[in-house]
Structure formats: C-alpha cells, structure tokens
Design a protein around this ligand. Structure first.
Ligand code: EPZ
Length: 433
C-alpha cells in the first residue's frame, strides 16, 4: 500500500497545471452509453476513478480506448452493442459514481441492473432520488440482492422536482431524459459546472437540453444520439487545493489551466482569510506572503463553497490567527481528517456538523491515515507546512482524484516522495543453530 512522505517547510514556487475534472469526466464517460457511435473525450485526468469507469464500460461490452500520452489525455468510447447493461458490486463498491450509468442504460437499452453503492466514509449517500426520478420517467424499478433493476419500453418525459439538490442525481436523470419520449422539466437541479459540462457533451451528441447549470433544466427527448468530441473542463477542486497549498506554504504559485469562473466562492472565502491572488482568464497566481486570519465557512451546493474543499480549507484555518467555525451542510460525516490534523498539532473540536478550529498552531510531522479523497488532500496540505517528515498512509484515496500529485508538488519545490511499504518486512530469524 503506497505511502507519501512529505518534509514540510518549502514554499511552493512556480507554475502547476490543472488537470481535467474527474467529476465531469465520469458522467461524460457514462453519456457515451447513450449512442452506438464513438464519443471522444479530451483532457481526461489520469486518476484511478477513470480507470474504474473504463473497466465498468468495457464489462458492459463497450469498446474503450484510454491514452495518456504527452499530447493527449483522451478516451474514445464506442458502445455499439451493450451485451450486459450492468454495473457489478465489485466495481460499484470501489466507486459509487458507477451509479451514473443507471439512467443512460435504461434510456439506451430499456433495462439496467446496477449495484446499490452501499455506505461511504463521508455519509449514507443513498441514491433514492435517482430512483424516484427514473420512476417519474416511467421506469419500473425493483431492488433486491443489493441491486437496482430498472426496465422500460421507452422512458417518457415528465416533471421532476428533486427533494434535495443532488449532483449525480441531476446528471443521471439528465442522461435518461435525452432519449425519453416528450419533454422533461427538472427543478431544484444541481448547478455545478460539471452538470453544464455534461449537458454540453449531450447537446453535441444531438440532445436538446436547455438550462443546464441553473436549477431548472428542460430536455426535449430525441429518438437517437450520435457520436461527438468534447473537452472536459478543468478540475476546480484540484485548482482550489493548489491555491491553498501556495498560500499555506508562503509561496508564489501560478495555478494554470483552471477556470476562475468556477472558483468564485473559493476565492472569495480565501480572500476573507487574507490569501492574496491575481486572477487571469485561465490562471490564479497565489502569493503566501500575508498572515492568515480566521474566517467561518459553510459548505453549500454550487455556487456556494464546495464541500469538496472543506477539508482543504480546514487545513488552511489551522494556520490562521483566530477561531474559524466550519459547518459541513452537505454530508453528515465529513470531518475524519480533523482527528489526523489534531495529531499533527491542530486545535480542532467537532460538534455535530460544526468544526471549531483554533488557528495559529504550529503543525508537527506525524504518521497519519487518509480516510477519503479530500481528507487525503488536507493531510498533504498540512504536511507541506508541518515541522519534519510526515508519512501519509492509504494514499490510494488520493490517487482516485488527483493526477500525479507528487510530481506536480515536487516540480514547484515540495519535498515529497511516494514509497511502498516503509517498514520493510522483518528479516526471517536465522534458523536456530
Ligand atoms: C457529487 O457526489 C460528487 N461526486 C462529490 O464529490 C461531491 O462531494 C458531491 O457531489 C457534492 O458536491 C461526483 O460528482 C462523482 P450529491 P454525489 O448527490 O452526486 C444526498 C469527490 O470528492 N442524496 O450531490 O453523490 C446525499 O446523501 C466527491 O470528488 C440523497 O439523499 O453527491 C448528500 O447528503 C465526494 N439521495 C446530498 O444529497 C440521493 O439520491 C448531496 O449529495 C442523492 C443524494
């Protein structure tokens, strides 16, 4: 099991280039199931979840090419025939976003069998709203043996109002509605940029979608979609993570190839703590030469402060003067990084959905454990400023959503290396003479 070893204290200096957004690439790969023609996606990030999705689509019978040559991070997916419109538990348990194939499979094949995702470290994360929406579109749903089975002759357009704002729920039903008979109007939709990116691909494939990126989306169903080529948007969470890293380490870091328009809430909150940035069309330069001040933060659905940046923000506030109150409104158990930060010297108290961070505490290196993707990122950030050498275990969590993070950090001055098992197996005792 890989570990990251990070010696803190180096300011990050130079330019880091942001990869494509994992959370846009995943639904866009699922969208390829809606047509029997090739779909080409560019700017695909080289992360574990993309490989998992490749396996998932190939297991259904789709042809999936995935290449990460210097010139391109590209995948070509052709779902000419789908012999097995299924998502097995073995794959879904490693990546809950596999449920994104549900809507596309029902719409394309008239049936789908997808494993329920089961529990998750950060919260219950049911998919009841995905299922309710599909039933509104006319799918007959049964649940047994841990699987959701959906069948339909043809989905029909309907009015859907989401009880709660759900990102992949919006994406799942958006895909299903593109091939439904008639018009679908979805309200209380997620407004994340990844939803709009998926809609851009679907419209390039011949779908008729209006309003993606707002809370109301209209879809006029069509009988067939064709192939298309699409470039995935940059990863706003990776960009936010590196902006925090540049500030925390007192560096001067140019975060290039991002879309600042997706970072408004993040940049506004960081400015409140004193983080200094220069924003250009496709980059954010962050200068960490200012002392940081505490600032309260509530996670909200987009365009509010993203829950996927909460752990990274917490790491930042451990170094800000004063007390910051962080409220996690989206998931019920997304503070697992807090105790690991406390082991490094942070002063954090958890009270239900609130974390009270008393900042200005120097951090010292420790052996720590990553628990989920964004918690891992916050431990990396803390290690970059901790005194000494931090060892982060279970970095496979990090590899799910950050492309080559140690190469990117090393290139701007971090002292970081990836190692296998740090404590080599004890040599076998010599045979008793
Ligand atoms: C997406 O997950 C992202 N994943 C998550 O990113 C992100 O944290 C989350 O949106 C919130 O922004 C992908 O896009 C692949 P939700 P998703 O449905 O769609 C409840 C990362 O770190 N809910 O918007 O699964 C749910 O329990 C990952 O990259 C229901 O109750 O999140 C949660 O409390 C982590 N019923 C809230 O809604 C449902 O049917 C928001 O969840 C669906 C959701």
């Amino acid at each position: 099991m890989d570990k990251l070893v990070i010696r803190g204290g180096n300011p990050l200096l130079g330019t880091v280039r942001i990869s494509g957004a994992k959370n846009a690439a995943l639904p866009c790969m699922a969208a390829a199931l809606l047509t029997d023609e090739p779909v080409i996606l560019e700017n695909i990030p080289q992360v574990r979840d993309i490989e998992t999705t490749r396996k998932l689509l190939a297991a259904m019978g789709a042809e999936v090419e995935l290449g990460y040559g210097r010139a391109h991070h590209r995948t070509t997916i052709c779902a000419r025939t789908l012999a097995a419109p299924e998502a097995s538990y073995e794959l879904v348990k490693t990546m809950r976003a596999s449920t994104l194939v549900l809507g596309a499979l029902v719409a394309r094949c008239g049936r789908a069998r997808v494993s329920l995702p089961g529990g998750c470290a950060i919260g219950a994360r049911p998919i009841d709203l995905h299922i309710k929406g599909l039933e509104r579109l006319g799918a007959k749903i049964t649940q047994e043996h841990g699987y959701v089975e959906a069948v339909t002759d043809r989905l029909r357009g309907a009015e859907i109002v989401f009880d709660k704002i759900t990102v992949t729920g919006t994406e799942d039903l958006l895909m299903a509605a593109t091939l439904a008979d008639g018009e679908t109007i979805m309200q209380n939709c997620a407004r994340e940029p990844e939803v709009a990116d998926l809609a851009a691909l679907l419209n390039a494939m011949g779908a008729k979608i209006q309003g993606a990126g707002t809370s109301m989306i209209r879809v006029k169903g069509v009988t067939k979609l064709h192939g298309a080529r699409h470039r995935i948007i940059p990863d706003r969470i990776e960009a936010g993570t590196f902006i925090v890293a540049g500030s925390l380490t007192g560096g001067d870091l140019n975060v290039a190839g991002c879309d600042p328009a997706h970072l408004t809430a993040i940049l506004q909150k960081l400015a409140e703590t004193g983080v200094k940035t220069v924003v250009k069309a496709d980059s954010v330069r962050v200068m960490g030469d200012q002392p940081l001040q505490a600032a309260d933060m509530n996670t909200e659905e987009y365009p509010g402060f993203p829950t996927d940046m909460q752990a990274q923000y917490m790491a930042l506030t451990t170094q800000a003067e004063g007390t910051s109150i962080i409220t996690e409104n989206i998931f019920e158990n997304r503070f697992m990084h807090a105790q690991e930060l406390v082991r490094m010297g942070a002063n954090i108290k958890i009270e239900g959905r609130r974390a009270i961070v008393r900042g200005g505490t120097p951090l010292s290196a420790a052996a720590v454990l990553a628990s989920d993707l964004r918690a891992s990122a916050s431990l990396v950030l803390a290690a970059l400023v901790a005194d000494g050498e931090t060892i982060i275990d279970r970095v496979y969590h990090l590899d799910r959503g950050y492309e080559n993070i140690e190469e990117k950090l090393k290139a701007v001055g971090a002292e970081i290396r990836r190692v296998g098992n740090i404590f080599p197996k004890r040599a076998a005792a010599p045979a008793q003479s």
